[in-house]
Design a protein around this ligand. Structure first.
Ligand SMILES: N[C@@H](CCC(=O)N[C@@H](CS)C(=O)NCC(=O)O)C(=O)O
Length: 218
């Protein structure tokens, strides 16, 4: 039986591929592994049955035989460790790829999530106007450092790895903010990720879910 992942029944991003199930779909596609998707509503996500899989009542989750996981990074890491294709074999290169996984999720993603929260959920707060430029400045500083590291290379450390997969997806979440536009090498980097056949298959699969459930124009 193929692994089963969870994804939004009605994704708030309207099928733009920004929800975190996309990372897991993309990793599975990179490895050529079949998988099934269980779509869940916001209500179901907070029910005990789903919380037994995900303590925070979120997506994605991953179940494969005895392995049941939550956290997109942990799932991608598990896939990288159990199947060839996303982590280098050579120990030092593998350790560096792990460092890039952590960099994507703990250094680059948090300020991006803070900005999204400030823009979407905290607009009515009295401090919001002052906080937005501070968050944008923080993100630009990180992006400049990341671009300096990337230089003229295609990927962060040699061949494409799970670190690139997660970093590209984290950066794509900046798309609606327009902040990536002034970091041209990172725009090219994300475009390289999006051009990968595995990304395109994963994107099309999550897009099909949105299109199948979106109300039709009269
Ligand atoms: N750190 C978690 C974050 C998971 C997360 O925030 N999932 C979002 C979708 S991308 C979610 O389920 N949101 C609904 C909610 O929190 O109620 C991961 O990387 O898997």
């Amino acid at each position: 039986m193929p692994p089963v992942i969870t994804a939004f029944e009605r994704s708030p991003d309207r099928g733009q591929g920004l929800a975190r199930d996309m990372r897991v779909r993309w990793a599975l596609e990179e490895m050529g592994l079949p998988y099934e998707v269980r779509l869940i509503s916001f209500h179901e996500m907070k029910e005990p049955a789903h919380r037994a899989l995900h303590p925070f009542g979120q997506i994605p989750t991953f179940q494969d035989g005895a392995v049941a996981l939550f956290e997109s990074g942990a799932i991608v890491l598990h896939l990288g460790q159990t199947h060839p294709g996303l982590l280098p074999k050579e120990p030092a290169a593998r350790a560096r790829a792990l460092a890039w996984i952590f960099a994507a999720l703990t250094t680059i993603e948090p300020p991006i999530v803070d900005l999204q929260n400030a823009r979407l959920l905290e607009r009515d707060k009295p401090w919001n106007e002052a906080r937005l430029p501070l968050l944008e400045h923080r993100i630009h500083a990180r992006l400049s450092e990341l671009a300096d590291h990337l230089g003229e290379e295609d990927w962060l450390d040699g061949a494409f790895s799970a670190g690139d997969l997660l970093m590209v997806h984290v950066l794509l979440r900046l798309g609606p903010s327009g902040l990536l536009k002034t970091h041209l090498s990172l725009l090219d980097y994300t475009a390289r990720g999006q051009a990968r056949p595995a990304y395109r298959r994963a994107f099309a699969a999550q897009r099909a879910v949105w299109e199948a459930t979106a109300p039709q124009d009269p």
